[in-house]
Ligand binder design. Structure first.
Ligand code: GLN
Length: 493
């Protein structure tokens, strides 16, 4: 551990969450410039983890100095001094936004995403853009044009994906928090693999304006943090209506901190039987069992339930997501922005060469799959059918939430797998999303909370799922579980 030298005390900035840092910043025990410098140093020292695609040394230092002044004069925002990393498919004005792809490797957006505007308005400090699977397509961050990111718990393993860089940066103490995006599990699964908190908000809770689209009916931006209160605080800032995203809800944003620490007494918890299959790593099932026990001991009632259409989720997701991706990615043709092949003779060959050279293997596979399921003659058999099944999956959740406040399940069937282990077998890779994709298809929110370790000391995540717009309940349960696991960990020390 590398302590940060502050006036009269030392602070482990790599493990502190914002709730611990904020009072120290406020009473000037530590200043933002020192904090930013410590993170920048750590990013450089741990470059091998490859968490970042771009690092904003100058920008972050300048922002820190300006915010230190604001803290002195007492007019700093809610997130003053929160050092945050941003997945590289969320636009920041005048900063390169690559989406982990060669095709956008030189793309500099002329505007800020809605979430970035919100963060800046509250004085968060942007420290850089994080590594990711190209356009969000993957579960290991190995599909990045900029090389794989590595799991800080074991560098021979993947950090999960697609927001792998965002999870690594938080788990390794290279920033205080990060933003990721989740289309089929890309916030929750890397959070689970790296031992941090990851929230996928309800579809419509956070504006997608300025988020480069992968599958527009599923994509959602959310926080990755070292604690549940930090996740709640970040959602508080980034949630809300935006007239530039017509799917963003105009519902009011509740105060997420209220009731968070009330405990789980009286809470009704459902355990979907489809999520406790034999394919789940034994140590993962055992950790979920222990989590369920601690909820029971906390006064929650636990009952098994069923989401009968779960077995169709992966197939349905990979039809809908690829169909939407094939349409969203049509715009990258070398004409208006991004990479353009230099060796083309005419317009047609410019398109073909640009796309052949600019996209990676997995992205091309998805574009082909998506084009196929949308093509005349196959549309009804695949795309339309998948939309119908999506409705059935959503109805499973509607039914479950008539009875339960939350559902609990593993976030992923295993802990972090080895680098290269699933690269040659896309289907096995797709199966690592088996417990996360249904949640995106249903549009409901879910959070991954670290609840233990396997025998290789790799983190295990539990997933808590709630009804649409009930993120407050997720924070409430998440906070309880977080307290329980930290109490257990200090017992075992
Ligand atoms: N792994 C899933 C996919 O490849 C989910 C990715 C995501 O949520 N962006 O599509």
């Amino acid at each position: 551990m590398m302590p940060l030298q502050t006036k009269g005390m030392t602070l482990a900035f790599e493990t502190a969450d914002f709730q611990q840092l904020r009072p120290l910043l406020d009473n000037k025990t530590v200043d933002c410039v020192t904090l930013v410098d410590s993170y920048l140093k750590r990013i450089r020292q741990h470059q091998r983890l490859n968490a970042f695609i771009s690092v904003f040394d100058d920008r972050a230092r300048q922002a820190a100095a300006a915010i230190d002044l604001k803290i002195k004069t007492g007019d700093a925002g809610k997130l003053a001094g929160l050092v945050i990393a941003i997945k590289d498919l969320i636009c920041i004005k005048n900063e390169r936004t690559t989406c982990g792809s060669k095709i956008l490797s030189n793309f500099i957006p002329p505007y800020d995403a809605f979430v970035i505007k919100r963060l800046l308005a509250e004085d968060a400090i942007l420290i850089g853009k994080t590594n990711m699977d190209e356009f969000g397509m993957g579960s290991s961050t190995e599909n990045s044009h900029f090389g794989a990111a590595l799991n800080p718990h074991d560098m021979a393993r993947v950090p999960g994906g697609s927001s792998g860089g965002s999870a690594v940066a938080v788990a390794d103490g290279q920033c205080t928090a990060s933003l990721g995006t989740d289309t089929g599990g890309s916030i929750r699964q890397p959070a689970s693999f790296c031992g941090v908190v990851g929230l996928k908000p309800t579809y419509g809770r956070v504006s997608r304006f300025g988020l480069v689209a992968y599958a527009s009916s599923l994509d959602q931006i959310g926080p990755i943090t070292r604690s549940v209160p930090d996740a709640a605080m970040l959602l508080q800032v980034i949630a809300g209506h935006d007239r530039r995203d017509s799917t963003s809800a105009s519902l009011p944003v509740p105060d997420y901190s209220s009731g968070m620490k009330n405990g789980v007494s009286g809470l009704k918890v459902g355990v979907p039987r489809e999520y406790i299959s034999e394919s789940v790593q034994l140590e993962v099932s055992a950790a979920i069992e222990r989590t369920i026990d601690s909820l029971r001991q906390g006064g929650a009632s636990i009952e098994q339930t069923s989401l009968p259409h779960s077995k169709y989720a992966i197939a349905t997701y990979y039809i809908i997501a690829t169909a939407e991706a094939s349409s969203n990615l049509a715009r990258y043709d070398g004409t208006r922005f991004g990479y353009r092949a230099g060796d083309a003779d005419d317009l047609e060959s410019m398109y073909v060469k640009t796309r052949s050279q600019g996209f990676g293997e997995e992205v091309k596979r998805r574009i082909m799959l998506g084009t196929y399921v949308l093509s005349a003659g196959y549309y009804d058999a695949y795309y339309r059918k998948a939309q119908k099944v999506r409705t059935l999956i959503k109805q499973d959740f509607d039914r479950a939430f008539e009875k339960f406040d939350v559902l609990i399940a593993p976030t992923a069937p295993t802990t972090a797998f080895g680098l290269g282990e699933k690269l040659d077998d896309p289907l096995t890779m797709y199966l690592s999303d088996i417990f996360t994709v249904s949640i995106n298809l249903a549009g409901v929110p879910a959070i991954s909370i670290p609840v233990g370790y396997d025998s290789n000391k790799l983190p295990i995540g539990a997933q808590v799922i709630a009804k649409a717009y009930n993120e407050a309940t997720l924070f409430h349960v998440g906070y309880f579980l977080e307290q329980e696991s930290s109490a257990k960990m200090s017992d075992s020390n």
